[in-house]
Write a protein that binds this ligand. Structure first.
Ligand code: CU
Length: 312
């Protein structure tokens, strides 16, 4: 093998691999395999490049694992999943597979022609009850800790109210002069790539939120069940008519984040995406200032109550 350049090393490696598999004399098969392995290497390189260039919050083809976290909430969820849970399930899969293989070899009809008639073994029964319980307790302790962490924030800096409708989302900013608007998916024939629109994800009125701020999110629905879900934030909460569910987020970095309704809510369930633009605090204040008149309902609170009671 020559070490003159990394390209040569790869080529020699591939040649060696092919000759090793098909033998020295089969030239035609060697050429076909060379092509296959060549495309595989290209694919691998493309996948690596894609990994880097997709820093935006969009799922990519053949993606494995969870989306990159954009909040401490999602970071904790990912750590819990990739850490403790992955170790536990890997150990269980290896142990059970090993046990099955052992039993199939050691106790098949040929190897063990006269099987034992044993039906009870106290120690074994205690163990196979106690060990799973122990594993569940080990998982439950950090799991409950995290559930309480995700549940609510003690002192929120601001509140966003989300309402699910068939089939769009409504947003209100009670701490910012009652800015409120509705957010519809941009239909496919109106997508504008120059504006960075994404099919089934971009909306006409994206939610704008500041980074590094404890944001309380209260969620409800006005007609049927919906669910407000933003994977990069680690949020998935049911939107239920007549109830106000609560969660919170603290966004780490500016960017555009996407989510979708996650509770089947009717024929256009797939067409009510969530688009959140996370901006710096200064940019958020500027957005609030310019949106106050544009995006605030003109009627007063009394009018809203009258409206809700069916006065008009
Ligand atoms: Cu839905």
């Amino acid at each position: 093998m020559s070490f003159s350049s990394s390209k040569n090393v790869v080529l020699d490696y591939k040649k060696g691999l092919i000759i090793g598999i098909v033998g020295k004399n089969n030239k035609a098969v060697q050429i076909i395999m060379m092509k296959y392995i060549h495309s595989f290497f290209l694919f691998l390189c493309a996948a690596l490049v894609a990994q880097v260039s997709y820093a935006q919050d969009v799922s990519k083809p053949l993606q494995l694992g969870l989306k990159p976290a954009a909040s401490p909430q999602m970071e904790r969820i990912a750590d819990f999943h990739d850490g403790l849970l992955m170790w536990v399930i890997t150990f269980i899969v290896i142990f059970v597979t090993g046990l099955l293989i052992y039993v199939a070899i050691r106790f098949n009809k040929k190897a063990n022609p006269t099987p034992s008639k044993t039906t009870h073994n106290v120690l074994l029964e205690v163990l196979w009850t106690a060990i799973p319980v122990l594993i569940l307790i080990i998982i439950a302790i950090p799991s409950f800790k995290m559930l309480y962490y995700l549940d609510r924030v003690e002192e929120p800096d601001m509140t966003l109210k989300v309402t699910g409708y068939q089939w769009y989302w409504g947003y209100e900013y009670p701490d910012h002069g009652g800015i409120s608007f509705e957010s519809y998916m941009i239909p496919e024939d109106e997508l504008d790539e120059s504006k960075g629109h994404r099919r089934l994800l971009s909306t006409d009125n994206p939610v704008v939120l500041p980074i590094d701020t404890n944001i309380q999110i209260v969620i409800t629905a006005a007609d049927v069940l919906h669910a407000f879900t933003v994977p990069a934030f680690g949020i998935k909460k049911d939107a239920v008519t007549g109830r106000l569910n609560e969660t919170w987020v603290r966004i780490d970095k500016p960017g555009t984040y996407y989510g979708q309704c996650s509770e089947i809510c009717g024929v256009n369930h797939a067409y009510m995406p969530i688009e959140i633009k996370a901006v710096t605090k200064e940019e958020f204040e500027a957005w609030v200032a310019q949106s106050k008149d544009k995006l605030t309902y003109n009627y007063s609170n009394d009018a809203r109550v009258a409206f809700a009671e069916g006065a008009f």
